[in-house]
Design a protein around this ligand. Structure first.
Ligand code: NAD
Length: 291
C-alpha cells in the first residue's frame, strides 16, 4: 500500500532514505531547516514543506532522522498536535534508550503508533537502500512499519519492546569500538615483534580472533584493500559518530545500573581521539596506539 510519508531531517542519511521511498512510489512531504538538504529531496520528487507541523499534515507515516534526542523531542513538540489521527511515527535517529522510550510514550499517549528504528549501514547503505533497521515496538506496530521500511532496508529485525532498537544499536557499536581498538593493539604489538601485517591478517582472519574490525575494516593498509586505512582513513564510519554512540552506550550503562569496563575504556579513548579526528574513520585510532 502506498503511503504519504512526512520525512523530517533530510541530511546525509535522511536525504537518500527519502529518495528510496519516493522511488518505491510513496508520496513524501519533506522538511529540513537547511535549504540545501530540502532542495535535494525536492529534486528527487518530495513535496517541500515550510515546517515540521506543515509536513505531517495528511501523512499516515512520520519518519524522523535527526542528529540527537533533544531535537527529536523538540520536533515532537511541534507535530503531536497536527499529525493525522492514528499515524505511525518511525524515529530512525540514533538517540538514547531513555529518550527513545520517553518520546515513544509521548507519541502513544497522543494516539499515535510509534517505533524506534535506528539503522546501521551509513550513507552507503542509505543510498543503496540496504540499511539494517533495529526496531523497538509492539508486534502490531512492527508489522505496520515493515512495509514502509522495506525500500530503505537490507535487513529489518524486530528487537522487542520500545527502546530495544536503540539498545541493540548501542550494544553493537560498543562491541565494535572495543574490537577496533583490540585489533589496532594487535597490529602495533605484531609490528614490534617482527610479525608482518599480512601474516597477522592471514592467521587471525582464519582463527578465533577474527571480526569485522579486522577482516573488513583492517586498520593498516594492504591486507584488506578497500578498508579506510588504504585511503587516508576517509570514512567509513567517522570517529565523531562513534564517540556519539559510545556516549549513548555509557548513558545506558549508567541508567541500567550495570558496568561495562571495556566499553567505558573505549568511550574514553574515542572521546579524546575524536577531539582532533572527528572526521576520520574510527579505525584511525591505531595511530594513537602507536604512541
Ligand atoms: P545530518 O546532520 O547529515 O542530518 C541531520 C539533518 O537534520 C540535517 O540536515 C539538519 O538540518 C536536520 N534538522 C535539524 N533540525 C531539524 C528540525 N527541527 N526538523 C527537521 N530537520 C532538522 O546527520 P546524519 O548523518 O543524516 O544522521 C542522522 C541520524 O542518523 C543521527 O542520529 C546519526 O547518529 C544517525 N546515523 C548516522 C549514520 C551515518 O553514517 N551518517 C549512520 C547510522 C546512523
Amino acid at each position: 500500500m502506498m503511503s504519504t510519508i512526512a520525512f523530517l531531517g533530510l541530511g546525509n542519511m535522511g536525504g537518500p532514505m527519502a529518495a528510496n521511498l519516493l522511488a518505491a512510489g510513496h508520496a513524501v512531504r519533506g522538511f529540513d531547516p537547511a535549504p540545501a538538504s530540502l532542495e535535494v529531496a525536492v529534486s528527487a520528487g518530495a513535496t517541500g514543506c515550510d515546517s515540521a507541523a506543515d509536513a505531517v499534515r495528511g501523512a499516515d507515516v512520520v519518519i524522523t532522522m535527526l542528529p540527537n534526542g533533544a531535537l527529536v523531542s523538540q520536533v515532537y513538540d511541534e507535530i503531536l498536535g497536527t499529525a493525522t489521527d492514528g499515524a505511525l511515527f518511525i524515529d530512525s535517529s540514533t538517540i538514547s534508550v531513555d529518550d527513545a522510550r520517553a518520546t515513544g510514550e509521548r507519541a502513544r499517549a497522543a494516539g499515535f503508533a510509534h517505533i524506534d528504528a535506528p539503522v546501521s549501514g551509513g550513507v552507503k547503505g542509505a543510498t543503496a537502500g540496504t540499511l539494517a533497521f533495529m526496531v523497538g515496538g509492539s508486534d502490531e506496530e512492527f508489522s505496520r512499519a515493515k512495509e514502509v521500511l522495506e525500500p530503505m532496508a537490507g535487513k529489518i529485525v524486530h528487537c522487542g519492546i520500545p527502546g530495544s532498537g536503540q539498545a541493540a544499536k548501542l550494544c553493537n557499536n560498543m562491541i565494535l569500538a572495543v574490537q577496533q581498538i583490540a585489533v589496532g593493539e594487535a597490529f602495533v604489538l605484531a609490528e614490534k615483534l617482527g610479525l608482518s601485517d599480512q601474516a597477522l591478517y592471514d592467521v587471525v582472519t582464519g582463527a578465533t580472533g577474527n571480526c569485522w574490525a579486522l577482516e573488513v575494516n583492517c586498520p593498516v593498509p594492504g591486507p584488506a584493500p578497500s578498508s579506510p586505512a588504504n585511503n587516508d582513513f576517509r570514512p567509513g564510519f567517522a570517529a565523531g559518530l562513534m564517540r556519539k554512540d559510545l556516549g549513548l552506550a555509557m548513558d545506558a550503562v549508567e541508567s541500567a545500573g550495570t558496568t561495562a569496563p571495556m566499553g567505558a575504556a573505549a568511550a574514553a579513548m574515542y572521546s579524546e581521539f575524536a577531539e582532533d579526528n572527528a572526521d576520520k574513520d574510527f579505525s584511525a585510532i591505531i595511530g594513537k596506539l602507536r604512541g
